[in-house]
Design a protein around this ligand. Structure first.
Ligand code: ATP
Ligand code: MG
Length: 301
Protein backbone atom coordinates (compact mmCIF):
# COMPACT_ATOMS: atom_id res chain seq x y z
CA UNK A 1 0.00 0.00 0.00
CA UNK A 2 1.20 3.47 -0.73
CA UNK A 3 3.98 2.17 -2.93
CA UNK A 4 4.12 2.99 -6.59
CA UNK A 5 1.28 5.48 -6.46
CA UNK A 6 1.22 8.51 -8.68
CA UNK A 7 1.27 11.90 -7.10
CA UNK A 8 0.32 13.56 -10.36
CA UNK A 9 3.50 15.65 -10.39
CA UNK A 10 5.93 13.03 -11.49
CA UNK A 11 7.74 13.67 -14.76
CA UNK A 12 7.56 11.05 -17.48
CA UNK A 13 11.28 10.43 -16.95
CA UNK A 14 10.86 9.81 -13.23
CA UNK A 15 7.92 7.57 -13.92
CA UNK A 16 9.95 5.52 -16.37
CA UNK A 17 12.79 5.24 -13.87
CA UNK A 18 10.38 4.18 -11.17
CA UNK A 19 8.77 1.55 -13.35
CA UNK A 20 12.16 0.28 -14.39
CA UNK A 21 13.19 -0.19 -10.78
CA UNK A 22 10.31 -2.54 -10.06
CA UNK A 23 12.15 -5.84 -9.97
CA UNK A 24 15.83 -6.24 -9.76
CA UNK A 25 18.74 -7.38 -7.79
CA UNK A 26 21.12 -6.99 -10.72
CA UNK A 27 22.06 -3.90 -12.67
CA UNK A 28 19.73 -1.71 -14.64
CA UNK A 29 20.38 -3.52 -17.92
CA UNK A 30 18.82 -6.70 -16.62
CA UNK A 31 15.67 -4.95 -15.48
CA UNK A 32 12.37 -5.33 -17.27
CA UNK A 33 9.42 -3.05 -16.67
CA UNK A 34 6.59 -3.95 -14.36
CA UNK A 35 4.22 -4.06 -17.35
CA UNK A 36 6.47 -6.54 -19.11
CA UNK A 37 6.77 -8.71 -16.00
CA UNK A 38 3.02 -8.73 -15.75
CA UNK A 39 2.60 -9.66 -19.42
CA UNK A 40 5.16 -12.45 -19.31
CA UNK A 41 3.91 -13.76 -15.98
CA UNK A 42 0.37 -13.95 -17.33
CA UNK A 43 1.71 -15.85 -20.31
CA UNK A 44 2.96 -18.59 -17.97
CA UNK A 45 -0.69 -19.57 -17.81
CA UNK A 46 0.10 -22.66 -15.79
CA UNK A 47 -2.76 -24.43 -14.14
CA UNK A 48 -1.80 -25.24 -10.60
CA UNK A 49 -2.93 -28.62 -9.56
CA UNK A 50 -4.72 -28.63 -6.19
CA UNK A 51 -2.80 -31.78 -5.34
CA UNK A 52 0.49 -29.88 -5.68
CA UNK A 53 -0.70 -27.18 -3.29
CA UNK A 54 -1.62 -29.88 -0.75
CA UNK A 55 1.63 -31.79 -1.26
CA UNK A 56 3.74 -28.70 -0.54
CA UNK A 57 2.05 -28.51 2.87
CA UNK A 58 2.79 -32.24 3.36
CA UNK A 59 -0.92 -32.97 3.27
CA UNK A 60 -1.40 -31.40 6.70
CA UNK A 61 -2.38 -27.76 6.25
CA UNK A 62 -2.50 -25.51 9.29
CA UNK A 63 -3.68 -22.52 7.29
CA UNK A 64 -5.85 -23.34 4.30
CA UNK A 65 -7.55 -21.06 1.81
CA UNK A 66 -10.13 -22.72 -0.40
CA UNK A 67 -11.48 -21.24 -3.64
CA UNK A 68 -11.31 -17.72 -2.33
CA UNK A 69 -12.90 -14.85 -4.17
CA UNK A 70 -12.26 -11.62 -2.33
CA UNK A 71 -11.59 -7.96 -2.85
CA UNK A 72 -12.51 -4.44 -1.85
CA UNK A 73 -16.03 -3.05 -2.15
CA UNK A 74 -17.54 -4.88 -5.08
CA UNK A 75 -14.25 -5.35 -6.87
CA UNK A 76 -12.95 -8.89 -6.96
CA UNK A 77 -9.14 -9.02 -6.69
CA UNK A 78 -8.55 -12.69 -5.85
CA UNK A 79 -10.13 -15.25 -8.17
CA UNK A 80 -10.55 -18.78 -6.96
CA UNK A 81 -7.36 -18.65 -4.92
CA UNK A 82 -6.07 -21.65 -2.96
CA UNK A 83 -3.30 -21.84 -0.39
CA UNK A 84 -2.03 -24.44 2.05
CA UNK A 85 0.77 -24.15 4.57
CA UNK A 86 1.60 -26.66 7.28
CA UNK A 87 2.24 -25.92 10.95
CA UNK A 88 5.73 -24.50 11.41
CA UNK A 89 6.20 -24.04 7.66
CA UNK A 90 6.84 -20.77 5.87
CA UNK A 91 5.32 -19.63 2.59
CA UNK A 92 6.41 -16.67 0.48
CA UNK A 93 4.21 -14.94 -2.08
CA UNK A 94 5.88 -13.14 -4.93
CA UNK A 95 4.44 -11.52 -8.06
CA UNK A 96 4.05 -8.24 -9.90
CA UNK A 97 2.81 -5.06 -8.25
CA UNK A 98 -0.93 -5.09 -7.88
CA UNK A 99 -1.19 -8.89 -8.28
CA UNK A 100 -3.08 -9.15 -4.99
CA UNK A 101 -0.34 -10.42 -2.65
CA UNK A 102 -1.18 -8.04 0.18
CA UNK A 103 -4.86 -8.74 -0.47
CA UNK A 104 -4.24 -12.39 0.44
CA UNK A 105 -2.83 -11.37 3.82
CA UNK A 106 -5.66 -8.85 4.23
CA UNK A 107 -8.19 -11.59 3.50
CA UNK A 108 -6.68 -13.96 6.06
CA UNK A 109 -6.80 -11.17 8.64
CA UNK A 110 -10.31 -9.98 7.85
CA UNK A 111 -9.65 -6.75 5.97
CA UNK A 112 -11.38 -7.62 2.69
CA UNK A 113 -14.81 -8.50 1.41
CA UNK A 114 -15.02 -12.22 0.91
CA UNK A 115 -17.45 -13.18 -1.86
CA UNK A 116 -16.97 -16.91 -1.66
CA UNK A 117 -14.57 -19.56 -0.42
CA UNK A 118 -13.25 -20.45 3.01
CA UNK A 119 -10.27 -19.81 5.25
CA UNK A 120 -9.47 -22.53 7.77
CA UNK A 121 -6.91 -22.47 10.57
CA UNK A 122 -5.76 -25.21 12.92
CA UNK A 123 -5.08 -28.89 12.65
CA UNK A 124 -7.13 -32.01 12.99
CA UNK A 125 -10.04 -31.71 15.38
CA UNK A 126 -9.10 -28.12 16.21
CA UNK A 127 -9.55 -26.89 12.64
CA UNK A 128 -11.66 -23.77 12.61
CA UNK A 129 -13.40 -21.82 9.88
CA UNK A 130 -12.18 -18.26 10.41
CA UNK A 131 -13.54 -16.79 7.17
CA UNK A 132 -15.92 -14.35 8.78
CA UNK A 133 -14.14 -13.55 12.03
CA UNK A 134 -13.21 -9.92 12.69
CA UNK A 135 -9.54 -9.00 12.91
CA UNK A 136 -9.71 -8.83 16.71
CA UNK A 137 -11.23 -12.30 16.82
CA UNK A 138 -8.57 -13.62 14.46
CA UNK A 139 -5.88 -12.32 16.79
CA UNK A 140 -7.51 -13.30 20.05
CA UNK A 141 -9.27 -16.55 19.16
CA UNK A 142 -7.51 -17.91 16.11
CA UNK A 143 -3.91 -16.98 16.92
CA UNK A 144 -3.29 -15.03 13.74
CA UNK A 145 -1.16 -11.88 13.85
CA UNK A 146 -0.61 -9.40 11.07
CA UNK A 147 2.69 -7.56 11.16
CA UNK A 148 2.10 -4.07 9.89
CA UNK A 149 4.85 -2.53 7.87
CA UNK A 150 6.66 0.68 8.54
CA UNK A 151 5.27 3.66 10.38
CA UNK A 152 2.93 1.56 12.48
CA UNK A 153 4.79 2.06 15.76
CA UNK A 154 3.73 4.98 17.92
CA UNK A 155 6.81 7.22 17.75
CA UNK A 156 6.02 9.27 20.86
CA UNK A 157 5.53 6.22 23.05
CA UNK A 158 8.37 4.24 24.54
CA UNK A 159 9.37 0.85 23.20
CA UNK A 160 7.79 -0.70 26.28
CA UNK A 161 4.50 1.14 25.83
CA UNK A 162 4.41 0.11 22.20
CA UNK A 163 4.72 -3.51 23.25
CA UNK A 164 1.93 -3.14 25.78
CA UNK A 165 -0.25 -1.82 22.97
CA UNK A 166 0.25 -5.18 21.28
CA UNK A 167 -1.65 -6.71 24.19
CA UNK A 168 -4.62 -4.37 24.14
CA UNK A 169 -6.97 -7.29 23.58
CA UNK A 170 -5.83 -9.09 26.73
CA UNK A 171 -8.06 -9.30 29.77
CA UNK A 172 -5.84 -7.16 31.98
CA UNK A 173 -2.92 -4.74 31.45
CA UNK A 174 -0.88 -6.98 33.77
CA UNK A 175 -1.08 -9.81 31.23
CA UNK A 176 0.18 -7.52 28.48
CA UNK A 177 3.08 -6.43 30.67
CA UNK A 178 3.97 -9.99 31.47
CA UNK A 179 3.96 -10.91 27.79
CA UNK A 180 6.11 -7.86 27.06
CA UNK A 181 8.67 -8.99 29.65
CA UNK A 182 8.99 -12.37 27.93
CA UNK A 183 9.74 -10.56 24.70
CA UNK A 184 12.33 -8.35 26.36
CA UNK A 185 13.94 -11.47 27.81
CA UNK A 186 14.28 -12.83 24.28
CA UNK A 187 15.42 -9.69 22.48
CA UNK A 188 18.22 -7.86 24.37
CA UNK A 189 18.35 -5.25 21.68
CA UNK A 190 14.83 -4.21 22.45
CA UNK A 191 15.23 -4.53 26.21
CA UNK A 192 18.18 -2.14 26.13
CA UNK A 193 15.92 0.46 24.57
CA UNK A 194 12.74 -0.19 26.51
CA UNK A 195 12.43 3.37 27.85
CA UNK A 196 13.43 5.09 24.63
CA UNK A 197 10.82 6.72 22.45
CA UNK A 198 10.09 4.40 19.53
CA UNK A 199 10.60 7.36 17.19
CA UNK A 200 14.36 7.33 17.79
CA UNK A 201 14.89 3.67 16.90
CA UNK A 202 16.89 2.70 13.83
CA UNK A 203 15.01 1.15 10.91
CA UNK A 204 16.04 -2.35 11.94
CA UNK A 205 15.11 -1.82 15.56
CA UNK A 206 11.74 -0.45 14.54
CA UNK A 207 11.07 -3.55 12.43
CA UNK A 208 12.04 -5.71 15.42
CA UNK A 209 9.56 -3.75 17.54
CA UNK A 210 6.83 -4.23 14.92
CA UNK A 211 7.44 -7.96 14.88
CA UNK A 212 7.65 -8.15 18.67
CA UNK A 213 4.44 -6.24 19.14
CA UNK A 214 2.68 -8.85 17.04
CA UNK A 215 4.13 -11.57 19.29
CA UNK A 216 2.58 -10.18 22.49
CA UNK A 217 -0.66 -12.08 21.92
CA UNK A 218 1.26 -15.33 21.42
CA UNK A 219 0.07 -16.01 17.87
CA UNK A 220 0.70 -19.26 15.98
CA UNK A 221 0.42 -17.71 12.53
CA UNK A 222 2.39 -14.66 11.43
CA UNK A 223 1.34 -12.68 8.37
CA UNK A 224 4.25 -10.55 7.24
CA UNK A 225 4.00 -8.03 4.41
CA UNK A 226 7.37 -7.10 2.91
CA UNK A 227 9.60 -7.41 5.97
CA UNK A 228 12.65 -6.13 4.10
CA UNK A 229 11.09 -3.00 2.64
CA UNK A 230 13.05 0.16 3.31
CA UNK A 231 15.79 -1.58 5.30
CA UNK A 232 19.56 -1.50 4.82
CA UNK A 233 21.05 -4.88 3.86
CA UNK A 234 22.42 -5.69 7.33
CA UNK A 235 18.98 -5.13 8.86
CA UNK A 236 17.34 -7.23 6.15
CA UNK A 237 19.50 -10.16 7.25
CA UNK A 238 18.61 -9.47 10.87
CA UNK A 239 14.88 -9.51 10.12
CA UNK A 240 15.12 -12.81 8.23
CA UNK A 241 17.15 -14.30 11.11
CA UNK A 242 14.43 -13.26 13.56
CA UNK A 243 11.73 -14.78 11.37
CA UNK A 244 13.80 -17.93 10.90
CA UNK A 245 14.14 -18.30 14.67
CA UNK A 246 10.40 -17.78 15.16
CA UNK A 247 9.70 -20.51 12.64
CA UNK A 248 12.38 -23.02 13.60
CA UNK A 249 12.59 -22.51 17.36
CA UNK A 250 9.05 -21.49 18.20
CA UNK A 251 7.23 -23.38 15.47
CA UNK A 252 5.35 -20.37 14.13
CA UNK A 253 3.68 -20.68 10.77
CA UNK A 254 4.70 -17.79 8.52
CA UNK A 255 2.98 -16.42 5.44
CA UNK A 256 5.01 -13.67 3.88
CA UNK A 257 4.89 -11.31 0.93
CA UNK A 258 8.31 -10.24 -0.26
CA UNK A 259 9.33 -8.00 -3.14
CA UNK A 260 12.91 -9.14 -2.58
CA UNK A 261 12.09 -12.47 -4.22
CA UNK A 262 15.56 -13.93 -3.71
CA UNK A 263 15.55 -13.35 0.05
CA UNK A 264 11.95 -14.44 0.37
CA UNK A 265 12.34 -17.67 -1.60
CA UNK A 266 15.64 -18.53 0.09
CA UNK A 267 13.86 -18.19 3.40
CA UNK A 268 10.57 -19.91 2.68
CA UNK A 269 9.74 -23.62 2.48
CA UNK A 270 7.01 -22.90 -0.08
CA UNK A 271 6.88 -20.26 -2.80
CA UNK A 272 3.86 -19.05 -4.77
CA UNK A 273 3.82 -16.71 -7.74
CA UNK A 274 0.64 -14.70 -7.87
CA UNK A 275 -0.42 -13.01 -11.12
CA UNK A 276 -3.60 -10.98 -11.54
CA UNK A 277 -5.20 -12.48 -8.46
CA UNK A 278 -4.48 -16.07 -9.47
CA UNK A 279 -1.89 -18.62 -8.51
CA UNK A 280 0.52 -18.85 -11.47
CA UNK A 281 3.24 -21.06 -9.97
CA UNK A 282 3.73 -23.07 -6.79
CA UNK A 283 6.79 -24.97 -5.61
CA UNK A 284 9.30 -25.24 -2.84
CA UNK A 285 11.26 -22.03 -2.32
CA UNK A 286 14.30 -23.71 -3.87
CA UNK A 287 12.36 -24.91 -6.91
CA UNK A 288 11.11 -21.42 -7.66
CA UNK A 289 14.57 -19.94 -7.11
CA UNK A 290 15.94 -22.37 -9.68
CA UNK A 291 13.14 -21.78 -12.20
CA UNK A 292 14.41 -19.73 -15.14
CA UNK A 293 11.07 -17.94 -15.55
CA UNK A 294 11.16 -16.78 -11.95
CA UNK A 295 14.78 -15.82 -12.43
CA UNK A 296 14.04 -13.74 -15.47
CA UNK A 297 10.93 -12.06 -14.10
CA UNK A 298 11.65 -11.60 -10.43
CA UNK A 299 15.33 -12.13 -9.75
CA UNK A 300 16.73 -9.80 -12.39
CA UNK A 301 18.71 -12.45 -14.19
N1 ATP B 1 -7.93 -0.87 0.31
C1 ATP B 1 -8.12 -1.04 -0.99
N2 ATP B 1 -9.25 -0.61 -1.61
C2 ATP B 1 -9.45 -0.80 -2.93
N3 ATP B 1 -8.57 -1.41 -3.74
C3 ATP B 1 -7.45 -1.84 -3.20
C4 ATP B 1 -7.15 -1.69 -1.81
N4 ATP B 1 -5.94 -2.24 -1.57
C5 ATP B 1 -5.50 -2.72 -2.76
N5 ATP B 1 -6.41 -2.49 -3.74
C6 ATP B 1 -6.29 -2.90 -5.15
O1 ATP B 1 -6.20 -4.32 -5.18
C7 ATP B 1 -5.27 -4.74 -6.17
C8 ATP B 1 -4.24 -5.65 -5.54
O2 ATP B 1 -3.49 -4.89 -4.60
P1 ATP B 1 -2.46 -5.53 -3.59
O3 ATP B 1 -2.07 -4.44 -2.65
O4 ATP B 1 -2.99 -6.76 -3.00
O5 ATP B 1 -1.27 -5.91 -4.57
P2 ATP B 1 0.20 -6.42 -4.23
O6 ATP B 1 0.41 -7.66 -5.03
O7 ATP B 1 0.40 -6.48 -2.77
O8 ATP B 1 1.08 -5.28 -4.89
P3 ATP B 1 2.44 -4.56 -4.40
O9 ATP B 1 3.55 -5.45 -4.86
O10 ATP B 1 2.43 -3.28 -5.16
O11 ATP B 1 2.39 -4.37 -2.92
C9 ATP B 1 -4.68 -3.48 -6.78
O12 ATP B 1 -5.34 -3.24 -7.98
C10 ATP B 1 -5.00 -2.40 -5.77
O13 ATP B 1 -5.18 -1.18 -6.39
MG1 MG C 1 1.54 -5.42 -1.40
Amino acid sequence: MGDGTDNGQESEEDAARRRASGYHTGDVDTVISVEEVDRQARAMGEVIDAARVAELAHGAPYVQIENLRAGYGKMEILHDFNLQVGKGQSLCLIGPNGAGKSTILHSIFGFTNIFSGRILVGDGEAKKDVTTLTSSQKLKQAGIAYILQDKSVFPGMTVEENLWMGGYLMETPAQAREAAEKIFAKYDRLAARRSHAAGVLSGGERRLLEISRALVMGPEVLLVDEPSIGLEPRFIDMVFEILDDLQKTEGKTIIMVEQNAKKGLEFADIGYVLVSGELAMAGTGDELLADPRVGRLFLGG
